[in-house]
Design a binder for this molecule. Structure first.
Ligand SMILES: [Zn+2]
Length: 330
C-alpha cells in the first residue's frame, strides 16, 4: 500500500524496493527505458541498484536519480522522498532547519535539498496558447506585491544580475494572476512594474476575452481594452466593488509572505522565484470542493515533475560543493 501520511511515508520509503516501485510506476509506467537512448533493452542490476543499457553508448548505467532533481546526490531516496512529502504538504512551508533535524542531514545539505525540491515543484506552464488560463466568461485577477530584498547577502554575480534586472531598489516584484473559475494561480518574479512588463505577462498567460481585474496602477490604465474586458479596483477605497476585486491574489500574497517571513528567514531575492514556485504548486494543488486532493495526491503530482530538471550547488551559490560522501544510486 502506497503511503497516505508522513508517518506511513517514512516507513514505506525506508525500503529501497518501495522507493523503486513508487518511482518506476510514475517515471516509466510502460517499463523502464534508458534515459539516454530511450531503449527498453535494459537489465536491472539488483546488487548495485542500477540499470544497465545494452545499447552501445557512453555511460550505459543509470539509476532512479539519473536525470532528475536527485541526480548525483549522496543523500538517500528515503530522505529525499520524506523531505518532498513535507514540503508539498505543509502549507506554511518547511525550513531547512526542520529538514536538518527531522532527517539528520546537515543544515547546508537541507538547504540545497529544498532548492532542488522546489525546482521539482515548479510547474511548467509553457508559453503556448494551450497553456493559457482564462477564457470567455472567466474572471481573472491580477496584482503585484513587493518583497523586501537584502542585496548585501547575495553572492556577487547574483547581485550584478539582479541589478541588471532593475532590482536596484532593493525590493523584488512578484506578479500574480489568478483564474477564479479554474482556481489556478500563475506567479513570477518580474523585473519592474513598468506597463510593458506587467501587460506582457498578462498577454502571455491569459486568453483573450477574459474579464481581467487589476488595481488602478498606471501600468494598467491603457492598452488592456483591446483584448480583455478590463476593470480596475481602487485599492484605496475600503469596499469591494461587486465582483471586481483582487482579493484572491491578495490571499495568495498573504500565504507567500507568511512563509517568507516566518518559516524562511532571510530570503535572497535571487532565490525568491523558487519560493514563489513552491507556493504556486501548493496553491494549485490544494484541496477544493470539486477537487478533493489529499497529501498523497500532492506528493504524487510533485514526483511526476522531477524528471529532466537539475540545479547544481554552484548554480545556487556560485561556490563549489564540498562533499565527503560520493553519489549514491538510492
Ligand atoms: Zn541506452
Amino acid at each position: 500500500m502506497e503511503p497516505t501520511s508522513l508517518q506511513e511515508a517514512i516507513i514505506y520509503f525506508a525500503n529501497p524496493d518501495n522507493c523503486r516501485a513508487y518511482l518506476v510506476a510514475r517515471r516509466w509506467p510502460d517499463g523502464v527505458i534508458c534515459p539516454r537512448c530511450h531503449s527498453k533493452n535494459v537489465l536491472f542490476l539488483e546488487k548495485y541498484s542500477r540499470w544497465h543499457c545494452r545499447e552501445k553508448h557512453d555511460a550505459p548505467q543509470f539509476t532512479l536519480k539519473t536525470q532528475t532533481i536527485f541526480e548525483d546526490s549522496p543523500i538517500g531516496l528515503d530522505k529525499w522522498l520524506c523531505a518532498m512529502w513535507m514540503i508539498c504538504n505543509d502549507k506554511n512551508g518547511i525550513s531547512s532547519w526542520e529538514i536538518h533535524r527531522a532527517l539528520k542531514v546537515t543544515q547546508k545539505s537541507a538547504w540545497f535539498m529544498m532548492h532542488r525540491l522546489r525546482l521539482g515543484m515548479k510547474e511548467d506552464f509553457g508559453r503556448g496558447p494551450m497553456n493559457k488560463i482564462g477564457g470567455e466568461g472567466h474572471e481573472v485577477e491580477v496584482d503585484e506585491t513587493f518583497v523586501g530584498g537584502r542585496k548585501k547577502n547575495m553572492h556577487k554575480d547574483r547581485a550584478i544580475r539582479y541589478e541588471a534586472k532593475g532590482g536596484a531598489s532593493g525590493k523584488a516584484v512578484v506578479q500574480g494572476i489568478i483564474d477564479r473559475n479554474l482556481r489556478q494561480v500563475r506567479a513570477k518574479v518580474v523585473p519592474n512594474v513598468k506597463r510593458e512588463t506587467l501587460q506582457k505577462e498578462i498577454l502571455t498567460q491569459v486568453k483573450y476575452g477574459s474579464k481581467v481585474y487589476t488595481d488602478s496602477a498606471v501600468a494598467y490604465e491603457q492598452g488592456m481594452q483591446w483584448r480583455f474586458v478590463h476593470e480596475m479596483v481602487d485599492k484605496t477605497e475600503s469596499y469591494v466593488k461587486g465582483r471586481v476585486h483582487v482579493n484572491g491574489v491578495e490571499n495568495f500574497w498573504s500565504l507567500l509572505k507568511r512563509g517568507l517571513n516566518g518559516t524562511y528567514v532571510a530570503v535572497e531575492p535571487y532565490h525568491l522565484e523558487r519560493y514563489v514556485d513552491e507556493q504556486v504548486f501548493r496553491y494549485n494543488n490544494r484541496a477544493t470542493e470539486d477537487n478533493p486532493l489529499n497529501d498523497a495526491d500532492r506528493f504524487d503530482a510533485a514526483i511526476r515533475q522531477i524528471v529532466g530538471k537539475r540545479i547544481t550547488y554552484k548554480e545556487l551559490t556560485g561556490k563549489d560543493e564540498e562533499r565527503q560522501t560520493p553519489a549514491q544510486p538510492f
